[in-house]
Ligand binder design. Structure first.
Ligand code: RTP
Ligand code: MG
Length: 140
């Protein structure tokens, strides 16, 4: 499997509860290397643009409210099959349905405040990484 990169976001419910280090520990123990990272406050426009694919969904407004409710940590994770590996470590969107030992099972509050985002394909990963990072900010 090829070395891949994926975009991860530690969401406001997790930064609020000081879980950044605990979540990063899960990534690193799974063999994902954090090759870029910054803590930022998303603007409403950034949240709406980032989640533009969901704009017709009923949860879109609430999701943008939540994602701008506090700081997030955006990061680039690198590893063999990083996109799928990260989704595996994150667990299902709804923590009630997530497997034991996953980040969402152990830390998420509910289906919306679910602690982490991870790109869902290599193609979207490239788009999402470019949304937040210049090439010079990523050091593999
Ligand atoms: P993500 O994009 O954040 O990695 O999560 P995902 O692929 O597992 O879930 P997705 O379907 O892309 O949904 C994006 C985010 O929207 C919120 N959501 N709320 N209230 C709801 O029913 C609902 N469904 C989704 C979650 O924060 C989800 O991660
Ligand atoms: Mg998604």
């Amino acid at each position: 499997m090829a070395l891949e990169r994926t975009l991860s976001i530690i969401k406001p419910d997790a930064t609020r509860r000081n879980l950044t280090g605990a979540i990063n520990d899960r990534f690193e123990k799974a063999g994902l290397r954090i090759v870029a990272q910054k803590r930022i406050q998303l603007t409403r426009a950034q949240a709406e643009a980032f989640y533009g694919v969901h704009k017709e969904r009923p949860f879109f407004g609430g999701l943008c409210d939540f994602m701008t409710s506090g700081p997030v940590v955006v990061q680039v994770l690198e590893g063999e099959g990083a996109v799928a590996k990260n989704r595996e470590v994150m667990g299902a969107t709804d923590p009630a349905k997530a497997d034991a030992g996953t980040i969402r099972k152990d830390f998420a509050e509910n289906i919306e405040a679910n602690s982490v985002h991870g790109s869902d394909s290599a193609e979207n990963a490239a788009i999402e990484i470019a949304f937040f990072f210049a090439q010079t900010e990523i050091v593999g």
